[in-house]
Design a protein around this ligand. Structure first.
Ligand code: UTP
Length: 295
């Protein structure tokens, strides 16, 4: 196994079809849907940067060019803002612009599954550990999920997967891990099962969409056969890697919103709006009224 090294690179697989969010995602990538006033992808990139990530790798698809544009300068817009003395807006745009040369984009030519999307990043990641963030899951917590994971990685040297608890009768919907001895802020993973048959889950800790993986995952993914849904599954490859390397779970204590699903996206908008001092006063009252009117 490679030695524990700093996690410098993060992979964002954004090549999925987003079928759960049609028709919105027919022309707009789901990662560009807005939660309050920022695209979903911005929240996830901010979480990575806050954890010390230096290089952002996006695995995109044909209809996702707008994501690349979003992380670039918009010359005409910025000129117009300057002419109109809109300094606050200009400062805002500057604050979200990644450092030049700190982003890379590659395309997954066919959406063959998450495992395949990660494999497409192999040349850009190279031979070092990397973070993997599913960009439709956004998280709300005092301490960012990836930040806590990087600490656990540096402490343990293990591959790290973030987990949360779900109601036991919901475990069949998720990737579930088996719980071993305590490791730092988390525990050793003894088992990983993707969508266990109801009643057979080893725990109610589900994988929430954040990973730190060693580069030895790539040769496994290269030979990985298609699994559930006829897709190349990341979990199947991680199960194989766990035969050789340690895996630890980081127990994330915060809220996660699945913005790839309509209900998760709406709840994210409400939660993030209510957390904003500039928006809460005008939203809270009408929201309470709406709920009170429900029969
Ligand atoms: P999802 O299954 O949630 O995304 O994959 P999806 O396929 O876009 O969504 P639905 O189910 O059709 O609504 C989890 C993550 O993996 C990426 C997705 O973009 C998402 O961030 N992904 C998935 C890829 O990049 N490539 C794939 O082939 C599959």
């Amino acid at each position: 196994m490679s030695q524990t090294r700093k996690v410098r690179k993060a992979v964002f697989p954004v090549a999925g079809l987003g079928t759960r969010f049609l028709p919105a995602t027919k022309a707009v990538p789901k990662e560009m849907l807005t939660v309050v006033d920022k695209p979903v992808i911005q929240y996830v990139v901010d979480e990575a940067l806050d954890a010390g990530i230096e290089h952002l790798i996006f695995v995109t698809g044909r209809s996702k060019a707008v994501i690349e544009d979003y992380f670039d300068i918009q010359v005409e817009l910025e000129q117009t803002l300057r002419q109109r003395n809109k300094t606050a807006e200009l400062t805002l745009l500057e604050s979200i612009l990644p450092v030049a040369g700190s982003t890379s984009f590659t395309r997954q030519q066919e959406p063959l599954g998450l495992g395949h999307a990660v494999w497409c990043a192999r040349e850009l990641v190279g031979n070092e550990p990397f973070a993997l963030l599913l960009p439709d899951m956004i998280m709300k917590a005092e301490k960012g999920c990836m930040k806590g994971m990087v600490e656990l990685f540096e402490h343990s040297g293990a591959n790290v997967i973030a987990v949360e608890e779900c109601a036991p009768d919901q475990a069949h919907k998720y990737g579930i891990v088996g719980v071993g001895e305590k490791v730092g802020d988390g525990f050793a993973i003894t088992k990983m099962v993707e969508k266990p048959v109801p009643g057979t889950a080893p725990s109610n800790f589900f994988i929430n969409g954040r990973y730190i993986l060693q580069p030895e995952i790539f040769p496994i993914l290269a030979n990985q056969e298609r699994g559930a849904g006829n897709e190349i599954q990341l979990t199947d490859a991680m199960v194989k890697l766990a035969g050789d390397q340690k895996f630890a779970a980081y127990h994330f204590r915060g809220e996660t919103y699945d913005c790839g699903a309509k209900d998760g996206f709406i709840l994210a908008n409400i939660a993030f709006a209510l957390a904003r001092a500039d928006i809460r006063p005008s939203v809270e009252g009408p929201l309470k009224d709406l709920v009170a009117k429900l029969k």
